[in-house]
Design a protein around this ligand. Structure first.
Ligand SMILES: C[S@@+](CC[C@H](N)C(=O)[O-])C[C@H]1O[C@@H](n2cnc3c(N)ncnc32)[C@H](O)[C@@H]1O
Length: 242
C-alpha cells in the first residue's frame, strides 16, 4: 500500500524544514539537513541528547528525524531569564513549537544546566548535539557527555570554528583526543564521530583555523559597526558568522 512506503529523505526533510524554519534561531538549512541526516541514520529506537534548545529550531529537526525510527530526544536547557536567550517565555515558545511539530511526546525536556545534569547522567545514547553555552569551560564539560556514546556515534557542535570559546574547547579536548574523528562541517556546524582519529583527521581540524580566524575578524568588524567592511570580506549580514 502506498501509505506504508517511507517517504524519500529529501521530501521528509523539506517538510520538516518548512516547520523548523518558522522557529526563530540560528540553524541554517544546510545545518538542519546535516542534523537530520545524522539523526535519521541512527538505529531503531535510538536516544539523542541536545544541549541548548532555545525556541526549539534544532529540537524539531532532530526529534522529527528520530521519530521516524521510534527514537527519543532529551533536550537540555536551563531557560534562565536573561537578555540574550530569555527564560520562561522562551520555554513556553519551545513547548509550543515542539507541540506544533507533533514531537512533544518523544522529547524529554531537562530544564537544567548541561554541566549540572551531566553529573548524575547514566543513560547511554546515540547522538550528541552541543549548542549550549559557548564559553570554553562549558564546551569542555559538554564534550564529556560523549562517554555515554557508542563507537561510531555522531557528535555535532554548533558555532565550531566561529566562536572562540567553542574552538578553544575543540583544540584543547578534541584535537589531542584518541576517541573523536573530525568529518566536516556545514557552516559552523561541525560533525565529529566517536572513533580513533587518524593524523589526517587531526590535520583537518587544524585546516579549519584560517576559516576560524576569518570569522573572528568578521565578528570584530561587526562589533566595531564596520558592516560595509565585513561586506567587502563577503559577509553580508548583521549577525555573526555561524
Ligand atoms: C544558541 S542557543 C541554542 C539554539 C538552538 N539549538 C536552536 O537551534 O535554535 C543556546 C541555548 O543554550 C542554552 N544554554 C545556556 N547555557 C546552557 C547550559 N549550561 N546547558 C544547556 N543549555 C544552555 C540557552 O538557554 C540557549 O537557549
Amino acid at each position: 500500500m502506498a501509505e506504508s512506503i517511507p517517504a524519500p529523505a529529501e521530501g521528509v526533510f523539506a517538510d520538516i524544514w518548512a516547520l523548523a524554519d518558522g522557529i526563530p534561531g540560528w540553524l541554517t538549512r544546510a545545518q538542519a539537513e546535516m542534523l537530520f541526516q545524522q539523526a535519521r541514520s541512527l538505529p531503531e529506537g535510538a536516544l539523542a541528547v541536545e544541549i541548548g534548545s532555545h525556541r526549539g529550531r534544532s529540537t524539531v529537526v532532530l526529534a522529527s528525524a528520530i521519530r521516524e525510527r521510534g527514537g527519543r530526544l532529551v533536550a537540555i536547557d536551563p531557560f534562565v531569564d536573561g537578555r540574550l536567550f530569555g527564560g520562561s517565555r522562551t520555554r513556553v515558545e519551545f513547548e509550543r513549537h515542539i507541540a506544533m511539530a507533533g514531537v512533544e511526546n518523544m522529547v524529554e525536556l531537562v530544564c537544567d544546566y548541561s554541566t549540572r545534569a551531566r553529573t548524575s547522567w547514566t543513560r547511554p545514547f546515540e547522538l550528541l548535539y552541543i549548542d549550549g553555552k559557548h564559553d570554553y569551560w562549558t564546551v569542555s564539560d559538554d564534550l564529556k557527555w560523549r562517554v555515554h556514546l557508542p563507537d561510531g556515534a555522531p557528535v555535532l557542535v554548533h558555532d565550531c570554528f566561529s566562536s572562540v570559546g567553542v574552538t578553544l574547547g575543540i583544540l584543547r579536548h578534541v584535537l589531542p583526543s584518541a576517541d573523536l574523528r573530525y568529518e566536516g562541517r556545514a557552516g559552523s556546524l561541525a560533525l565529529f564521530r566517536v572513533g580513533r582519529p587518524t593524523r589526517a583527521d587531526r590535520l583537518r581540524i587544524l585546516g579549519e583555523m584560517p576559516w576560524c580566524v576569518r570569522n573572528v575578524f568578521l565578528k570584530v568588524l561587526l562589533r566595531l559597526r564596520l558592516r560595509p567592511v565585513a561586506r567587502a570580506f563577503g559577509h553580508d549580514s548583521p549577525y555573526d558568522p555561524y
